[in-house]
Ligand binder design. Sequence first.
Ligand SMILES: NC(=O)c1ccc[n+]([C@@H]2O[C@H](COP(=O)([O-])OP(=O)(O)OC[C@H]3O[C@@H](n4cnc5c(N)ncnc54)[C@H](OP(=O)(O)O)[C@@H]3O)[C@@H](O)[C@H]2O)c1
Length: 285
Amino acid sequence: MRERNIGQISVSAIGLGGMPLSIEGRPDEAQAIATIHAALDAGVTLIDTADAYTLAGDDQGHNEELIARALREYGGDTSNVLVATKGGHLRPEPGPWDQNGDPAYLKEAAKASAARLGVDAIGLYQFHRPDPKVPYADSVGAVRDLLDDGVIRMAGISNADPDQIREAQQILGGRLVSVQNQFSPRFRSSLPELELCAELGLAFLPWSPLGGIGRAADLGGEGAAFEKVAQAHGVSPQQVCLAWELALAPIVIPIPGSSRPASIQDSALAAELELTAAEIEELSK
Ligand SMILES: NC(=O)c1ccc[n+]([C@@H]2O[C@H](COP(=O)([O-])OP(=O)(O)OC[C@H]3O[C@@H](n4cnc5c(N)ncnc54)[C@H](OP(=O)(O)O)[C@@H]3O)[C@@H](O)[C@H]2O)c1
């Protein structure tokens, strides 16, 4: 599969989003493991997870443990797979999510994530979401300390606006490598952050790149342009959507979620799908 960079690391241009494997509607464990193995078979070397991808509090870390198990049980070499996790988001009870950007909490959460992933140092750790109760600089300062202490190898942020991206880059002393924000055909308001990442040379990981769980199937219906281009290429509108996102800038690395092998197999092919300039322009309207 074609590759793109996160910091100095080269990863597949399409990653796997782990969330659908661990929240409401999640598949049984055998299907979840098969989905992760299908991603690896397809050449995916970036897997996105978070300690908060759970049904609720006592299930904390479900997704991280699942991914660690799938990697252990995979027959092939997984040494080039980057597992990107996140901290600072909580799911104490079913329903709404909560935040905790307290520095001491984040440091403990990162160590717990490393233990669940079975690694000495986390490949990429992303501060999940700004906590309005804690100064942003304090939360990102904890991520800087995690880098300095070797608990994490690379640092990213998520759900950040342009000012927060610049602030994080400054607090981390130029060591910020990635930004993960919501971006899809129906949610384009993170375009300024995407463009800023292109300017600063940071990887931009669109989350819910297909519009989100339960809405991805309607992509063709909602975006007639995606359906039209899909028919012209004989591929799915979801594949066109991911190829369009890749075409927006060389720093974009979509992380489509999957709960079935077939969806990540289809999504992975987007890395090789070439859209014409006219198609990209039409889809960007
Ligand atoms: N940082 C954050 O705050 C944040 C928030 C939300 C999500 N995320 C991350 O972003 C990832 C992706 O977001 P998401 O999972 O919410 O939404 P998404 O990727 O937009 O959509 C996921 C859904 O798309 C379907 N799908 C995937 N590829 C497909 C294909 N080629 N054809 C048809 N359907 C396809 C999947 O179906 P099946 O289930 O049937 O396979 C899945 O239900 C998450 O998994 C998570 O890692 C981060």
